[in-house]
Design a protein around this ligand. Structure first.
Ligand code: 3Y8
Ligand code: NAP
Length: 254
């Protein structure tokens, strides 16, 4: 039986694990970093926590005799993706990535694209504004440089310690988020501008569509550059690739 390690933490990683499990011929394990207190259940066995860099991941791949490594992590999880490419090289285990396409600007979108979270703080401008930060918990410190704004911060787990900003409110929620609820949240909170990652996928697009409907500005942080590795854009395409690249092993005596 071929065995596959999936680096997960996204909707598509969970869907991919489900699709491969349904083929009934792979040993599967999904890996999470352990960033959230209570991650959603996965359809295959899960391991949680870092590997100890690319070398640690390479050792893990060899020690468990994986036949394939799949990087299905989030487009902004740049370090683990770089480690995956290096670990594949060190260990000789083949790597394939699921790279979901970014969102494209549509008519009516008021996007301001910036290079980094720091640049998004500057893009908010000097005049006080009501800003929705849909960035989670790890990227909030740069906003301490702009205390004049009124922030609404959404993350999966509470922001601890809270940011020492004069005007900030917190919302804990795990996607997926639909457009109608996002529009109600933005309208009720009097949001004027959203700061967002270009995550792609459907689960967090609701706020982008809602911003378009409300003609709100979106400060869109550009994606980090990820290593060039064999990749597919959809769960279906990647599943089909694995199916033909790893045909059933004829068990002895068959
Ligand atoms: C720990 C696993 C699933 C996966 C759901 C997807 C969709 C909802 C959208 C907003 C944007 C944000 C954030 C977000 C989304 C999905 C997907 C996605 C964005 C979980 C999860 C883990 C994480 C980590 C978490 C980060 C944070 C980012 C919140 C589980 C729910 C903002 C990214 O310390 C922290 O709080 C870290 C939080 C990394 C970004 C950040 O920098 O803070 N994701 N998110 C994974 C692990 O441990 O390996 O808890 O169940 C997964 C999901 N988050 O199975 O349905 O597929 O992208 N996650 C962004 O995209 O902007 C929320 O609020 O509008
Ligand atoms: P990152 O900055 O790319 O990675 C930092 C370190 O975290 C890695 O070097 C590795 O530690 C560990 N790590 C990350 N993902 C891991 C995984 N799936 N399994 C085991 N260890 C992992 O990662 P991140 O941006 O914090 O994202 C962490 C997790 O949250 C990922 O699973 C990602 O898919 C998910 N996620 C992230 C975002 C986001 O906006 N960044 C959004 C949604 C989901 P070692 O070096 O010790 O191995």
């Amino acid at each position: 039986m071929h065995s596959i390690l999936i680096l997960g933490g996204t909707t598509e990683a969970r869907q991919l694990a489900e699709a491969l499990r349904g083929m009934n011929r792979f040993g599967l394990e999904l890996s999470l970093a352990g960033r959230t207190k209570a991650p959603v259940a996965q359809p295959v066995p899960v391991r949680v926590g870092g590997f100890g860099g690319a070398e640690g991941l390479a050792d893990y791949l060899k020690a468990n005799a994986f036949d394939l490594l799949i990087d299905a992590t989030h487009p902004y999880a740049a370090r683990i993706s770089a480690n995956a490419a290096k670990a594949a090289q060190i260990s000789g285990v083949p790597l394939v990535a699921l790279r979901r396409p970014g969102w494209e600007r549509q008519a009516g979108d008021r996007w301001t694209e910036v290079e980094s979270v720091e640049a998004s703080v500057a893009a908010l401008g000097r005049e006080p504004r009501r800003a929705f930060l849909a960035l989670g918990r790890q990227e909030l410190l740069p906003f301490k440089a702009a205390p004049q704004h009124d922030y609404l911060v959404r993350s999966v787990d509470p922001v601890e310690p809270p940011l020492n900003l004069p005007n900030v409110r917190y919302l804990t929620a795990r996607g997926p988020f639909n457009e109608a609820d996002e529009q109600a949240l933005l309208a009720e909170s009097g949001i004027e501008v959203i700061v967002s990652k270009n995550s792609g996928g459907a689960a967090s697009y609701g706020k982008i569509a809602a911003a378009r409907a409300l003609a709100l500005q979106v400060i869109m942080i550009k994606r980090p550059v990820l290593p060039e590795v064999p990749s597919f854009q959809t769960v279906e395409a990647l599943t089909a690739h694995v199916d033909q690249a790893f045909p059933p092993i004829q068990e002895r005596g068959e």
